[in-house]
Write a protein that binds this ligand. Structure first.
Ligand code: PA5
Length: 449
């Protein structure tokens, strides 16, 4: 079984043959990835990652996760962007929606930090952790990202204060560059367990490295199945799979066609399962940071339905016709809940009695698809048999390889993010960071005028 892509209701908004017209470009892009001849070719370590991860390496990650699980009631995953979103996407998609309230005794609470500089957020986090046995996974490829480094400094101190240096050393893990950066230096000095983020894997393509796998294993999910799903998708999107049978090739083709031939500048990733909220966040980073450059790129947005049908639904139905939707549809929920019958039927809902909640959700989905297509919104649909590690693994690799192809078809380097530096430079100048003296002077003069 596999995830399934349906582009029929998107292609109908394009001229006949418009998707197939991208076949040559898509095949060239796929070949350039395979042969390492595309822009950013020093960042292709993700391409064959799923089929090259060994059971021994997965066991090493699991062993480390077990140490954290055995010794912590809470684990804080510190990281931002590609060093954050993949782990959260998978953990939220697979976990209990009320995990932090249910107080699951089998698994530690997984918390995320280092992804913002909110003083209240950090203060409330440190309050929550007071008196708790917690551990930290410090994830930063560069090892110098301000948000993460600042958070790690706070957490390291609190962990050492609460557990003592010896015990803290056992429950702090660094996932970072092999040699460079402050995170590596601290890990070496303190003797933390470390995992290396390979040089040739960029942050947003790193969920299947220890960046994602270690937190996911800590949360109690099966990383072997996750990687297995990705490995099967790697084969399904392989270089020898013809265009018409290759889901990643077709997705890359249809989105480029919608953008270039039909003026569809915004792609809305839609789910009907709130557990997928952070999967869309991961997807937005993957596509936004990869394609939005050189004055080009589809803007990746997301909605959780049916929730957002009561907010963004109006805009989608009748607003500017520059959007299309990509819906992730989960065929079979993991639970089974029936609507009860009610003798009085005051709410008039007895027509639903005995039906599964999911049946109503599916009719909402079908009704929305028809309404949005009628309203001029092309619809791409990806159906997923169920939310488990295996199919999430498939989805991850599908979107990664499609992103690599799509960015190359668009004519950008999908593996860099030069634009992210602009805010950092200004922030460091404003904070008088050593080495930024000239920038500090210039920015302050600019603000004074
Ligand atoms: O995709 C990327 O490369 C970025 O989003 C990075 O992951 C993010 O900026 C965090 O960087 P680092 O892991 O160096 O702290």
């Amino acid at each position: 079984n596999t995830i399934c892509l349906n582009i029929t209701k998107a292609a109908q908004f394009l001229a006949d043959g418009a998707v197939n017209a991208y076949e040559a470009k898509v095949n060239d892009a796929r070949k350039a990835l395979e042969e390492g001849t595309c822009p950013g070719n020093d960042f292709l370590g993700w391409l064959h990652l799923p089929t090259s991860i060994t059971p021994a390496f997965l066991q090493e990650i699991q062993d480390c996760a077990n140490v954290l699980r055995d010794n912590c009631e809470a684990i804080v995953v510190a990281g931002i962007g590609g060093s954050y979103l993949g782990a959260r996407a998978v953990i939220e998609a697979l976990g209990n929606s009320f995990g932090w309230l249910v107080g699951d005794k089998k698994n530690p609470v997984i918390l995320f930090a280092g992804n913002n500089i909110g003083e209240d957020y950090l203060s409330e986090l440190t309050d929550y952790l007071k008196g708790k046995k917690f551990g930290v996974i410090n994830i930063s490829k560069s090892g110098t990202t301000t948000e993460t480094a600042l958070t790690f400094r706070l957490l390291k101190k609190q962990c050492e204060d609460q557990r003592g240096k010896e015990e803290a050393r056992k429950v702090i893990v660094a996932v970072t560059d092999a040699t460079k950066g402050a995170a590596r230096a601290a890990a070496t000095k303190e003797g933390y367990k470390t995992f290396v983020i390979p040089d040739n894997v960029g942050g947003r393509f790193s969920v299947l490295t220890p960046v994602g796998l270690l937190p996911i294993a800590c949360a109690g999910f099966d990383i072997t199945k996750l990687v297995g799903g990705a490995a099967d998708m790697e084969k399904a999107c392989g270089i020898d799979v013809p265009f018409s049978e290759n889901p990643a090739a077709l997705y890359a083709a249809v989105r480029n066609a919608l953008y270039a031939e039909a003026g569809k500048k915004i792609e809305i990733m839609v789910n009907y399962q709130p557990k997928l909220h952070f999967f869309s966040e991961w997807w937005k980073q993957l596509y936004g940071e990869s394609e939005g450059k050189d004055g080009k790129g589809i803007f990746p947005a997301s909605c959780d339905f049916t929730t957002d049908l009561h907010s963004m639904g109006q805009w989608i139905q009748q607003g500017e016709r520059t959007i299309y939707e990509t819906v992730i549809s989960v065929e079979e929920p993991n639970s089974h809940l029936l609507f009860p019958s009610d003798e009085e039927n005051l709410d008039g809902l007895n027509f639903l009695a005995g039906k599964r909640v999911d049946e109503v959700n599916k009719m909402a989905e079908l009704g929305t698809r028809l309404a949005h297509v009628d309203g001029g919104v092309p619809n791409i649909r990806i159906s997923v048999p169920k939310l488990d590690e295996y199919y999430i693994g498939q989805l991850i690799y599908f979107f990664e390889i499609a992103c690599g192809i799509s960015g190359n078809v668009l004519g950008v380097n999908p593996f860099n993010q030069p634009g992210v530096e602009a805010y950092k430079k200004n922030m460091f100048a404003l904070l008088d960071k050593p080495g930024y003296e000239a920038d500090s002077k210039a920015i302050k003069e600019r603000l004074a005028n």
